[in-house]
Ligand binder design. Sequence first.
Ligand SMILES: Nc1ncnc2c1ncn2[C@@H]1O[C@H](COP(=O)(O)OP(=O)(O)OP(=O)(O)O)[C@@H](O)[C@H]1O
Ligand SMILES: O=C(O)[C@H](O)COP(=O)(O)O
Length: 406
Amino acid sequence: MPTTSFQTVDDLNPRQRLLVRIDVNAPVEDGVVQDDRRFARHAETVQELLADGHAIALLAHQGRPGRETFVSLEQHAAILSEHLDHPVEFVADTYGEVALSAIRELEGGDVLLLENVRMCDGELPEEEPEVKAETDLVRALAGEFDAYVNDAYPTAHRSHASIVGFPLVVDAYAGRVMEQEYRANTAVREQEFDGPVTMILGGTKAEDTIPVVERLADAVDHFCLGGVIGELFLRADGYDLGYDVDGTDLFDHQWEDHSGAIKNILERYRNEVALPTDVAYETDGNRVETGVEGIEKDTSYLDIGSETIDRYTDIVTDSDVVYVKGGVGVFEDDRFATGTVEILSAIASADCVSVVGGGDTARAIELYGLDEDDFTRVSIAGGAYVRALTGESLVGIDAIERGVRS
Ligand SMILES: Nc1ncnc2c1ncn2[C@@H]1O[C@H](COP(=O)(O)OP(=O)(O)OP(=O)(O)O)[C@@H](O)[C@H]1O
Ligand SMILES: O=C(O)[C@H](O)COP(=O)(O)O
């Protein structure tokens, strides 16, 4: 079991005033949260802190500015309250007068949830901890608390103010989720495997997946790509897809940022990278498939096709270990869930070590009636978990390690 070099909640004195960063960033459809997996995990940490008599202000984010999933945390407070079986007051402010006065009224055994921290200037973008420690957000809140607890493992790879700023100015601890995910992912990384190692990389976030391919290219035998990531790789390979059509904002800016790295990966690691040879799209309400040679620039491609699914499931079946990050299609729509579900089913039936991660992706297991027990581990984190597999540190954990101590 890896040991930790950071303070955990075991090191806290009882009855403190705590600022606790959690990650309840969830899939949201039509403004409504669709999954409570992260809430359930953080509720255990909060429960434990309540039992020790602490007064707790929770800090969290939802979505990214400009996205449909970027909403208030009001419903998150209600969901968390159900999991805790304890009231969670929602405060429609993060660090202004309303927030500060609610925080000052907190007594031991009270919990409140502050408004979406990504609504505050200074939380984004990623900058050095010293810069983040100087933001209005950190300066306003830091003096109100005895200690800062970071339980937000799924965001531990982001150098945002609520993750790296507070540990420089407030006594900092890792929460239970942070500690458990850190230990589990470190343990997986330190295991040695005799047979083939496969990574299924899909989803939407190129910034989280491309560095992983670069850093693990020598250790991983097969990277099977799908989702937005797969389309960006196909575009780099000369196919006419991976563009924003129908008002999406997923492809062009990522292409601008990452096309050079993608082309470089294809040049150096062509043998390890498996790309879709067919894809699926919608016509007249139905799923239709085409080989990549039939691709058209103004069509949205929403899943990998049957031939690709067969190739990827064969690779999975022959693997000793399979890591999954990101769905290979828009699995929330059952017409385009086939790729993600068939690959997950193949992993569940295979004799292999398997880890499935991602705030959205882990949801597919429950949504399509698969059994979580058929996987070695299901992480609530996506980008943070695959980064941890590379052995690179996570800025959120670094910040707790170097932070001020009581
Ligand atoms: N071809 C596609 N076009 C658009 N969206 C896609 C496509 N393929 C997959 N997706 C979307 O990718 C999302 C999952 O990707 P995402 O990068 O958010 O991973 P995640 O599992 O949530 O990990 P993390 O926790 O790091 O966010 C799914 O909601 C799915 O709809
Ligand atoms: O779901 C996640 O991966 C985390 O909550 C981080 O969200 P982000 O990718 O929008 O920074």
